[in-house]
Design a protein around this ligand. Structure first.
Ligand SMILES: CC(C)(COP(=O)(O)OP(=O)(O)OC[C@H]1O[C@@H](n2cnc3c(N)ncnc32)[C@H](O)[C@@H]1OP(=O)(O)O)[C@@H](O)C(=O)NCCC(=O)NCCS
Length: 185
């Protein structure tokens, strides 16, 4: 498994996943069609906006349609014999904390036809050194109690349950589990 920085070279495999119905946003299925439209307009800008440590790509749209300022982020494509999914890391400069409208430092998804191969587990462990390198002492990851595969991925990476709470209405208002993975000093 490799984590690749998004690049136009790999865009046909990414487009194929979107066309097969995979949504890059776990909370918004319409993100697939939105991204296909952006790619057909300007694929180069699309990939450069995905990996955005300067937070220059404009506001983030939440599940209720509201928008919040974008945090700095990096995005990597999970690649093994083709495009398998993605993993992203976002952070608020100068603090370990995140705004309430940001559901964790790390988010990931594996396309349904490549799930169960250990790819999310490998991708999560591969991105943790990048989180440490930007100065985080821990990462926060949230998931649903109805997503046992994601809970397992987090636990295999050393995640410890911190709390269970109801997410902000703007994020859908669902029961949410918050985990922390400490990053070794
Ligand atoms: C969650 C997700 C990323 C997991 O990806 P994956 O590459 O299949 O994960 P892995 O193969 O690395 O590990 C999955 C683990 O969950 C376990 N698992 C899968 N389905 C499960 C279930 N229904 N109940 C319990 N455990 C389950 C697997 O057995 C495996 O654990 P193991 O290695 O101990 O056997 C993937 O299912 C996905 O993309 N889902 C949709 C998006 C999503 O939910 N993202 C996370 C949002 S927080």
């Amino acid at each position: 498994m490799k984590l690749l920085k998004p690049h136009v070279t790999y865009i046909p495999a990414y487009v194929d996943a979107l066309q097969r119905g995979w949504s890059p946003d776990n909370l918004r299925s319409e993100a697939a069609q939105e991204q296909l439209a952006k790619i057909s307009e300007d694929a180069v800008s699309f990939v450069s906006d995905l990996d955005d440590p300067a937070a220059s790509a404009g506001p983030v749209t939440l599940p209720d349609g509201s928008q919040v300022p974008r945090l700095p982020s990096i995005r990597r494509w999970i690649w093994e014999d083709g495009f398998c999914g993605h993993i992203g890391l976002r952070w608020k400069p100068g603090t370990q904390e995140l705004p309430a409208t940001c559901s964790g430092h790390i988010g990931y998804a594996v396309v349904p036809w490549r799930q169960g191969e250990g790819l999310a587990t490998a991708a999560l462990s591969a991105i943790l050194p990048e989180a440490k390198a930007i100065g985080l002492n821990y990462v926060e990851i949230t998931t649903s109690p109805e997503n046992p595969a994601s809970v397992r991925v987090i636990e295999k990476a050393g995640g410890v349950l911190v709390k269970s709470y109801m997410a902000e209405e703007a994020l859908g208002g669902h029961e949410t589990l918050q985990f922390q993975i400490p990053l070794a000093k």
